[in-house]
Design a protein around this ligand. Structure first.
Ligand code: NAD
Length: 396
């Protein structure tokens, strides 16, 4: 098809509409559950008193027996790279660009850089990813980053500059110039319409008045220290989500919120942090749970590995989504599943099967013997589990 173009104004308006519907849904649920909402900046006066400074400058104080801090995170900036929010931007501004840029430089080949970069690449923007490490999504199983990089290059023409250390950026008119040192120590330059800085996120605690109750944040990442019950050093003050240690993921925060509520009322909740799935919403999607192959090697665990490529899946062929694979890692002696890593169509949804299986401490053979509907992408999980059990996948 020729002469296709994206209507960015309409695309952003639709995105804003979906966000508005979701936040309205939360407002409705608050009302339904009789939760009072106060709009303004909240800060601790003491451990049981919160001052709310409203937008019109007025103040109000409320008291509570327990307080849960859930203030999240904000994009990390680099000291030598001031974010002007116009040309040198973070994910926040990148969600509101109203034209299709010609060229975007993304600093950081992590989750945010790749999710946003791939959206713009799909709309026709030339996207250059400048990454400090030798691989993208470096904390996930190494096979995933390798395959994702290959597909994003092949399908969307994204360019990757690995082992590059960004040293600065400057803006002149509508052009931003990013400078970096490549692996040989030579200086390289990138000229683009926008530079998206996606080098991580930092816990958001500004204005909270933590100093008023004696909570000190960690030097690295500014996180609030908590104990095994997610309680801070101040009894009755809890913290959850991005503002504390662990993965910066909405579903992790959600589980922690439920944990604290149940703990406060005297129940005995539990979170298995090893079984919080990680997902990258590119296409193909990337999803992972449990230990990576690199972690198992480092801990000296004896494991078996079974993989199944989507190019051998009937469903993937029918829907022309044949990139990627599923990999199942299982204990060499007990066959217990230790990790499942996948890249491919609907991986974000499919990882739930692996999480359920691992939560019940299933073996690879358990999944291999469970009937999976045909034709579905989930058959790839069954086949990878069969391959891990004793190399007996049927369809490869
Ligand atoms: P990230 O930690 O995932 O990736 C940052 C990348 O930037 C790393 O690869 C790092 O090596 C690189 N980097 C750091 N300094 C650099 C430099 N000077 N030059 C070049 N590269 C540099 O961080 P992110 O992508 O910004 O995401 C932040 C957090 O938000 C993460 O914890 C992520 O898990 C979370 N998040 C998750 C999702 C999701 O689950 N889909 C979506 C959005 C955000």
């Amino acid at each position: 098809m020729k002469d296709l173009s994206a209507n960015m104004t309409q695309m952003i308006a639709r995105k804003n509409d979906v966000v508005a519907q979701n936040t309205a849904g939360i407002t409705y649920l608050f009302k339904k559950n009789k939760i009072d909402t106060y709009e303004g900046l909240g800060s601790f006066v003491d451990k049981n008193t919160i001052k709310i400074t409203k937008n019109d400058g007025s103040e109000e104080q409320i008291t509570a027996k327990n307080v849960i801090i859930a203030t999240g995170s904000k994009p990390t900036s680099l000291p030598f790279l001031p974010i002007d929010k116009k040309r040198i931007i973070t994910s926040t501004e990148a969600l509101n660009i109203t034209e299709v840029p010609k060229h975007i430089v993304v600093i950081g080949g992590g989750v945010i850089g790749l999710e946003l970069g791939s959206v713009y690449a799909r709309l026709g923007t030339k996207v250059s990813v400048v990454e400090f490490m030798p691989s993208i999504i470096a904390t996930m199983d190494a096979g995933l980053g390798k395959e994702l990089q290959r597909v994003l290059k092949k399908a969307l023409g994204m360019e990757f500059f690995m082992n590059h250390k960004v040293t600065g950026a400057s803006v002149e008119g509508e052009t931003v110039t990013v400078t970096a040192d490549n692996s040989k120590g030579e200086q390289v330059k990138f000229e683009a319409d926008y530079c998206i800085v996606a080098v991580g996120r930092t816990a958001y605690t500004e204005g909270l008045g933590l100093e008023n109750i004696g909570i000190k944040t960690e030097e690295r990442g500014n996180k609030i220290p908590v104990n095994e019950h997610l309680e801070t050093t101040v009894p009755g003050v809890y913290a959850i989500g991005d503002v504390i240690k662990g993965a910066m993921l909405a579903h992790k925060a959600e589980d922690e919120g439920v944990y604290v509520a149940e703990h406060i009322v005297g129940q005995k909740p539990h979170i298995n942090y090893n079984l919080i799935p990680g997902v990258v919403y590119t296409w193909p999607e990337v999803a992972s749970v449990g230990y990576t192959e690199e972690q198992l090697k480092a801990s000296g665990t004896k494991y078996k590995s079974g993989s199944f490529p989507f190019k051998a899946s009937g469903r993937a062929k029918a829907s022309m989504d044949t990139d990627g694979f599923v990999k199942v890692l299982a204990d060499a002696n007990t066959d217990e599943i230790l990790g499942v890593h996948m890249i491919g169509p609907r991986a974000a949804d499919m990882i739930a099967e692996a999480v359920v299986a691992m939560e019940f401490r299933a073996s690879a053979e358990d999944i291999a013997r469970i009937c999976h509907a045909h034709p579905t992408y989930t058959e790839a999980i069954k086949e990878a589990a069969m391959a891990a059990t004793e190399n007996r996948a049927i369809h490869i």
